[in-house]
Ligand binder design. Structure first.
Ligand code: HEC
Ligand code: HEC
Length: 508
């Protein structure tokens, strides 16, 4: 009754919108064919802002529902699916908006994207440990759902046929020899789940804020001072002050390979998302995901009323829609942990003893309970352009002091994992082929297969594949007694995905 009439009108409008959408997804045939998300395209950004500002659970649920619908909607031609007619003069054929299609089918490519119609086609598996697997919203993917970014050539037959010749200047390791390796110059990546993502994003943003402050401190420090890049108990290297605002960075597990030529502000951004740690927020990830998978171009990337891919459709996904999608992402419930018994407690002790916890940090703690959302987002300034904040206790996170416990089993850093895990990606120049961000082990009991491409079908194999910086710890694990190893694996199996995640979004 006390709510301003504008808001109650908007809430009513949004409720109707959601009801109509849920109803229309239930009824299969539309009268005439249209875009699959025409209704959510009507939503305006201010409505999302107002709904989130009200602080009510009901309004948050409305925004999450709209986000969920965008996550589940199969984008079609009328929505602007695809990259438009192919024209080689438009730019590199590997770039978003300019890709060819497989056998000239006009829509799909599969390698290097244009590989699905809906987010939920790949983020599907809530548990692969149940029979049959438990499916749901926001889950992980099996190998059939892997994405294959940036590749241009796969020698599927391991042939010496010269039609598979790579472009000149290609990686000499990708040779035309019959060695059992189907050489491929791109990436093969297994979809992780989105559960608990809000807590991860909050940690990343708080860490980035701290690192940016430490950089300013270094710039103002006398020459020769050493400033440790330590935040939330994680060590990201150090800075040496050179005086006069000049600094020398020594980053660890963060920033691009050529950090020396990059802007130090850009280097000191924690990027927890993507298996190689490339994205600072889930929205940042989504801006690439809609373009890569669907050829759906966000307004916040190409601009309003701009048909960048020349497919005849503009405003393919609006700022309001991307905001709702982001809200859905960050409110996915966090994974849970079964209570420990003497066996699994001994397993946790072994996990610490052999050194797994040096990278897989069991719990990191935030300073705040609220995740701020911004538009437009600025990677180096998590506090710029904030339009809303979300209390992550609503996503199941528990309090610790002024903030939250994020029981993620990771350090949000990248590590060199050695040759056994290295990719052979030619176009990946920013991050070395053997570097990956520490996989978060929460939920691991339910998410086989493992590692960045799903090559490990069991937990034991996943550990065996560790090399590089983890070589010693992996060897120590293999040297444990069989009992200790079993206990450690039993401990990992207590780390479960959420029960019935996002069920409340399906009940109108
Ligand atoms: C073809 C399968 C596929 C589709 C479709 C897909 N994803 Fe993903 N998703 C992946 C893969 C693979 C990764 C890991 C990418 C990487 O490591 O860079 C991923 C990662 C993510 C992440 C980062 C998670 C993390 O913890 O690092 C987010 C967020 C995400 N996807 C959201 C989406 C959204 C939103 C959509 C729809 C617009 C979508 N995905 C569609 C396969 C898919
Ligand atoms: C030097 C850091 C480091 C150490 C030490 C380490 N890991 Fe990892 N771990 C990683 C990284 C990085 C990945 C991701 C590799 C990839 O994506 O291919 C990973 C992946 C995993 C995975 C697969 C997760 C998934 O979802 O696919 C498991 C399981 C795992 N580690 C368990 C362990 C255990 C158990 C130990 C101790 C014996 C350990 N790790 C030690 C860095 C480390």
């Amino acid at each position: 009754m006390t709510a301003p009439p504008v808001r109650s009108f908007r809430t009513l409008y949004v409720s109707l919108l959601v009801a109509v959408l849920l109803w229309s997804t239930a009824s299969i045939a539309a009268e005439h064919e249209t875009g699959a998300h025409v209704e959510t395209q009507q939503l305006d950004f201010q409505t999302v802002v107002d709904l989130l500002a009200s602080g009510s659970n009901h309004d948050l649920l409305e925004v999450r529902r709209i986000g969920m619908l965008l996550f589940a909607v199969p984008f079609n031609k009328f929505d602007g699916f695809g990259d438009g007619p192919f024209d080689p003069s438009e730019g590199p054929p590997t770039e978003f908006g300019h890709r060819p299609t497989l056998q000239n089918n006009g829509m799909f490519l599969r390698v290097n994207g244009l590989d699905a119609q809906a987010c939920n086609e790949c983020h599907t598996v809530v548990s692969n440990a149940t029979r049959p697997p438990t499916l749901g919203l926001g889950g992980a993917g099996t190998v059939a759902q892997n994405a294959m970014p940036v590749g241009t050539v796969i020698d599927v037959a391991d042939s010496a046929d010269d039609r598979t010749q790579f472009a000149s200047g290609h990686d000499p390791d990708l040779q035309l020899v019959e060695d059992g390796s189907a050489d491929y110059n791109g990436r093969f990546i297994n979809p992780p789940f989105l559960f608990g993502g809000g807590g991860v994003e909050l940690l990343g943003k708080e860490m980035t804020s701290d690192l940016q402050k430490l950089l300013v401190m270094a710039e103002e420090s006398p020459a020769g001072s050493k400033i440790e890049l330590r935040t939330h108990g994680v060590d990201f290297g150090y800075i040496i002050a050179k005086g006069g605002g000049v600094v020398e960075l020594h980053p660890d597990g963060i920033g691009p390979v050529d950090f020396e030529t990059a802007d130090p502000r850009e280097v000191l951004v924690v990027r927890p998302f993507g298996r190689k740690g490339e994205n600072f927020s889930m929205r940042d990830f989504d801006r690439g995901a809609t373009q890569f998978h669907f050829g759906i171009q966000p307004v916040e990337v190409v601009g309003e009323d701009v048909d960048e891919d020349r497919d005849g459709v503009v405003n393919e996904i609006t700022v309001a829609e991307m905001s709702a999608l982001h809200v859905f992402d960050v409110t996915n419930p966090r994974p849970r942990r079964r209570s420990l018994d003497p066996k699994t407690r001994a397993g946790l002790a072994a996990f610490h003893r052999v050194g797994c916890a040096s990278c897989h940090r069991p719990t990191l703690t935030t300073r705040s309970t609220h995740l701020t959302l911004a538009h437009p987002e600025v990677a180096t300034e998590p506090h710029a352009n904030i339009y809303a904040q979300i209390d992550l206790r609503k996503a199941g996170f528990g309090r610790s002091g002024s903030g939250l416990k994020v029981p993620l089993f990771a350090d949000l850093k990248r590590h060199k994992m050695g040759d056994r895990l290295a990719e052979s990606c030619e176009a990946c120049t920013e991050i070395a082929n053997d570097e990956f961000t520490t996989a978060r082990l929460w939920g691991i009991a339910d998410t086989a297969p493992y590692l960045h491409d799903g090559r490990a079908t069991t937990l034991f194999e996943a550990i065996e594949f560790h090399g590089g910086e983890a070589q010693q710890v992996r060897d120590d694990f293999l040297a444990l007694s069989e009992l200790d190893r079993d206990q450690l694996l039993a401990f990992l199996r207590t780390l479960r995905t959420p029960r019935r995640p996002n069920r409340e979004l399906l009940e109108p």
